[in-house]
Design a protein around this ligand. Structure first.
Ligand SMILES: NC(=O)C1=CN([C@@H]2O[C@H](COP(=O)(O)OP(=O)(O)OC[C@H]3O[C@@H](n4cnc5c(N)ncnc54)[C@H](O)[C@@H]3O)[C@@H](O)[C@H]2O)[C@@H](O)CC1
Ligand SMILES: Nc1ncnc2c1ncn2[C@@H]1O[C@H](COP(=O)(O)OP(=O)(O)O)[C@@H](O)[C@H]1O
Length: 274
């Protein structure tokens, strides 16, 4: 068992230099749910921006645009009317987060299928996982090895029924092998597994994370690192550790909105200027 220690990934954290501009630093897209379900995507987008993606754009159903526009500043917004349009609009993205509050319906299936045709590394979370209950093969068929799945135990069971009986580590590794993607099995001791057999167990889990939306923040954090072209296993390990560290540093009273605002402090502790 390997512990998810910063020694594994710290040297690979992406930092900007004098030649960097926002586009080269990394473009992250986050797909929002419908008008009454936009908070999860906004949390993910803000977390991705804080993790250093140079440019973050929310993609939303047209009727959600007037809800989101007054609630974002640095984050940009593009409405899309169907899955084909989403695929076209997200072509320039380096990474995409899809699933948080996306809806358990065929539109989510179609949107995931459409964006999987592009070059962006995907983080698939929440409804983007649950919607494939009973047909996980349809999801696995569209994944690449740089994609990341972030199930909590309930979502894991929907995609991999019975697998958890093997224990969390074996289950995460086997899930990653089946999906051919990185799997982040969330919990107090989050397990991160890659299809090539890498596996790490997170040591700094924080119970303050037991609050709505904290998983949405984690998906955005992973997406922010993927957009900066960090290796997907390293990105998932780094984001998981930083997420828990941010929650511990905030402590009692923390809500998910606080997490992105804690990231600069944790990132500063990991930054080694040349
Ligand atoms: N601000 C927002 O807009 C938020 C939106 N959210 C979105 O709301 C949608 C539905 O969230 P739900 O919480 O209903 O869906 P979940 O799939 O999280 O929960 C459904 C059921 O799964 C079971 N379950 C088993 N193990 C679990 C575990 N380890 N953690 C949580 N549940 C477990 C529980 O019985 C629960 O009732 C998702 O798309 C999610 O992304 C949430 O992320 C919360 C914040
Ligand atoms: N008791 C706990 N101890 C440590 N981490 C926890 C605990 N409860 C939840 N978490 C973490 O909080 C996050 C919750 O994610 P998730 O269940 O997807 O929430 P949401 O859908 O509300 O965003 C995960 O990163 C999980 O590891």
């Amino acid at each position: 068992m390997q512990t998810n220690d910063p020694a594994i990934w710290r040297k690979n954290l992406p930092w900007p230099d004098r030649n960097t501009h926002k586009h080269t630093r990394g473009r992250l897209g986050v797909v929002s749910g419908r008008a009454h379900q936009t908070g999860a995507a906004r949390l993910a987008a803000r977390a991705g921006l804080r993790m250093g993606a140079g440019l973050v754009r929310l993609f939303c159903p047209p009727e959600a645009a007037s809800v989101i526009a007054p609630a974002v500043e640095a984050i940009m917004l593009t409405p899309f009317s169907n899955a084909d349009a989403l695929a076209r609009e997200t072509e320039a993205m380096d990474a995409l987060v899809i699933g948080p509050a996306a809806g358990l319906d065929e539109m989510t299936v179609a949107n995931i299928s459409a964006v999987s045709q592009g070059g962006a590394a995907l983080v698939i979370d929440a409804d983007g996982l649950s919607v494939f209950k009973g047909r996980s093969g349809d999801l696995f068929a569209v994944l690449d090895r740089d994609d990341v799945l972030t199930p909590h135990e309930g979502e894991f069971e929907r995609l991999f029924p019975g697998l958890m009986d093997q224990g969390r580590e074996k289950a995460a590794l086997e899930a990653s092998r089946r999906a051919q993607a990185v799997v982040v099995l969330k919990g107090f001791e989050t397990v991160i597994a890659a299809p090539d057999g890498r596996c790490a167990v997170n040591p700094n889990g924080s119970p303050w994370l037991a609050t709505a939306g904290s998983g949405d923040v984690l998906s955005g954090m992973i997406g922010g690192l993927l957009a900066q072209r960090m290796d997907s296993f390293d990105a998932a390990c780094a984001a998981t550790w930083i997420h828990a560290q941010a929650a511990s540093a905030f402590g009692p009273g923390m809500i998910s909105e606080d997490l992105p605002e804690m990231l600069p402090r944790v990132l500063m502790s990991l930054w080694k200027p040349d």
